[in-house]
Design a protein around this ligand. Structure first.
Ligand SMILES: Nc1ncnc2c1ncn2[C@@H]1O[C@H](COP(=O)(O)OP(=O)(O)OP(=O)(O)O)[C@@H](O)[C@H]1O
Length: 250
């Protein structure tokens, strides 16, 4: 699998706080990767580093084979990288359709003629056609999450970065959203998805990495990663080398 994204030796610190410590990561074209990690582990910061809103202290980022370490965020988007934010921030006074048009035209660099059709097609795919003329501020949480996805998709990304899109949703809503993400992946898009709702993540991705203390402590198939002793230590405070008491072993 050819790599669409490659991080080499990426480091980032804020004063004494190290959020990325010499990170290496390779994402294959069309691969769906989940990212777990405790609060404050540096997951959102890593998205900022990948998309160019945050500059690394060291390291190299390659996208589609090109070194983009010093390429500004706006150009990275036009090169085919889009992200959603943990807290959806649509233009509340604009309609759903207008929000997508703005994303496609200004962030995605799409011409006026093409952008309307593209926005309409994305809204259809995201189940928002009937809400196209509704103001974004009037949407339910699920529809705001769908719009967050739709805005990213209207820029026509090759790599989509999702930051905790499932947070705050009920179980049936979560299922609707994961079905949508699975559908989007059939287009061949590559995905990195940060998520605390683990069952939503594992329903979609085939690989998971865990970020803690500025380093990746596990990387592999979801079921193996979730059983990894270091992951149990980070999430449940069980030391990786602890022997389970006999009574705890079924
Ligand atoms: N601009 C900044 N200045 C100083 N510290 C920052 C800055 N941005 C982030 N941090 C710190 O970096 C660490 C990582 O933050 P980040 O938001 O990337 O974590 P996260 O893994 O996404 O957390 P969560 O799961 O809670 O969203 C935190 O300790 C945070 O306080």
């Amino acid at each position: 699998m050819a790599a669409i994204l490659s991080l080499r030796g990426i480091s980032k610190r804020y004063g004494a706080v190290v959020v990325a410590r010499d990170l290496d990561l390779e994402l294959g074209e069309g691969e769906a990767l989940g990212m777990l990690g405790p609060n404050g582990a540096g997951k959102s910061t890593l998205f900022g580093l990948i998309t160019g809103t945050i500059a690394p202290n060291a390291g190299t980022i390659r996208f589609g084979g090109l070194d983009i370490t010093r390429v500004p965020a706006s150009r990275r988007c036009r090169m085919g990288m889009a992200r959603s934010f943990q807290v959806p921030q649509p233009f509340g006074g604009m309609t759903v359709f207008e929000n997508c048009v703005v994303a496609g035209a200004f962030a995605g660099g799409c011409g006026e003629r093409e952008v309307y059709g593209r926005a309409a097609a994305v809204l259809e795919r995201c189940g928002l056609t009937s809400k196209a003329n509704v103001r974004a501020s009037a949407l339910t949480l699920l529809d705001r999450k769908r719009l967050e996805l739709a805005r990213a998709l209207t820029t026509r990304p090759r790599l989509l970065l999702l930051d905790e899109v499932a947070g705050g949703l009920s179980e049936p809503e979560c299922e609707i959203l994961t079905a949508l993400i699975r559908d989007i992946l059939t287009t061949g898009l590559s995905l990195i998805w940060i998520e605390h709702v683990v069952h939503a993540l594992t329903a979609v991705v085939e690989r998971v990495v865990v970020l803690a203390g500025g380093s990746f402590i596990a990387d592999g198939r979801p079921e193996a990663v979730l059983r990894h002793p270091k992951v149990a230590e980070v999430y449940m405070g069980i030391p990786a080398d602890a022997a389970l008491p006999a009574a705890a072993v079924p």
